[in-house]
Design a protein around this ligand. Structure first.
Ligand SMILES: NC(=O)C1=CN([C@@H]2O[C@H](COP(=O)(O)OP(=O)(O)OC[C@H]3O[C@@H](n4cnc5c(N)ncnc54)[C@H](OP(=O)(O)O)[C@@H]3O)[C@@H](O)[C@H]2O)C=CC1
Ligand SMILES: O=C(O)C1=N[C@H](C(=O)O)C[C@H](O)C1
Length: 244
């Protein structure tokens, strides 16, 4: 029996995770924490931690997981470079999987985007459009960044050097080879992503729509179970799914 502790347990994803854990006989729910709850107590009861909460305090939670020797899945988005450094540091001691999207469909889409970008030259402009529910607090979504990274990897470029985000006003023309991002917010959309590759004469549109959050929760639970069998290191969903 593997016991999963949930960080962000009373949130939208926290509730979906409890349902996904309940679907599998070999899994149990160790409990959960939200803001101001006792993380040390949860750590002691968990074989693996799953974090779908907020970036605030993530570095501290990773340090505590590393100290306790417990693997962690980081699904929280809106991460800053300092959070990624903390993930790298914890991954020296325990297995850590970080991803902007735990669904099979999105990770398959990322593999397709990487392949398209590797085969098409930079006369194909790449734009990533996402839409989420009105409560989402970060933009672009972690998934949009994941897809941008897949495109950049396919092209053999660094995303940070080529991304165009938050266009507004006199932006100037699009840079050749740029990867652009646009974010829409409204209603109850669980997560829509579209990657557009456009030339003067033709356009490819690759996309994914999440119908509900159970696809993220089931993927996260499967990945958490997988993490308990891994050596210390930093992983993403492509490692778990064997998609790269
Ligand atoms: N990687 C993926 O596949 C997916 C990632 N996400 C990401 O997961 C995150 C959560 O999404 P969602 O569930 O919709 O958000 P919600 O706002 O519904 O839930 C967030 C939860 O985190 C809790 N929380 C806030 N601060 C802390 C803290 N310091 N320690 C522990 N818990 C805390 C909140 O509790 P309180 O009320 O006490 O503040 C709340 O219960 C977002 O970053 C989202 O983008 C979402 C779906 C899929
Ligand atoms: O906040 C959400 O809801 C979601 N967040 C993730 C993201 O930022 O990409 C994954 C999913 O799209 C839902």
């Amino acid at each position: 029996m593997t016991s999963i502790g949930i960080i962000g347990s009373q949130g939208r994803m926290g509730h979906a995770l409890v349902n996904a854990i309940g679907e599998q006989e070999e899994l149990s729910h160790a409990g959960g924490v939200d803001q101001d709850d006792d993380f040390a107590a949860l750590l002691a009861q968990s074989d693996v931690l799953v974090d779908f909460s907020v970036p605030d305090g993530l570095s501290n939670r990773l340090d505590l997981c590393a100290e306790a020797g417990k693997p962690m899945l980081v699904g929280t988005t809106g991460l800053e470079p300092a959070h990624h450094l903390s993930i790298d540091a914890a991954a020296k001691t325990v297995a850590v999987l970080q991803t902007g999207n735990t669904s099979l469909g999105v990770n398959m889409l990322a593999a397709l985007v990487k392949q398209a970008a590797s085969r098409l030259g930079d006369d194909w402009d790449i734009e990533i459009v996402e839409m989420h529910h009105r409560h989402k607090v970060d933009a672009p979504s972690g998934t949009a960044i994941l897809l941008g990274e897949a495109a950049a990897k396919g092209r053999g470029i660094n995303l940070n050097d080529h991304s165009e985000r938050g266009r507004d006003g006199q932006t100037g023309a699009r840079q050749k080879g740029a990867i652009g991002f646009a974010a829409l917010r409204g209603g109850s959309v669980a997560g829509d992503h579209q990657v557009i590759l456009a030339t003067d004469e033709e356009r490819i549109e690759l996309g994914h729509r999440a119908e509900n959050r159970m696809i993220f929760a089931r993927g996260a639970v499967k990945a958490a179970l997988w993490l308990t069998q891994q050596q210390p290191g930093r992983y993403d969903m492509t490692d778990m799914l064997g998609l790269d």
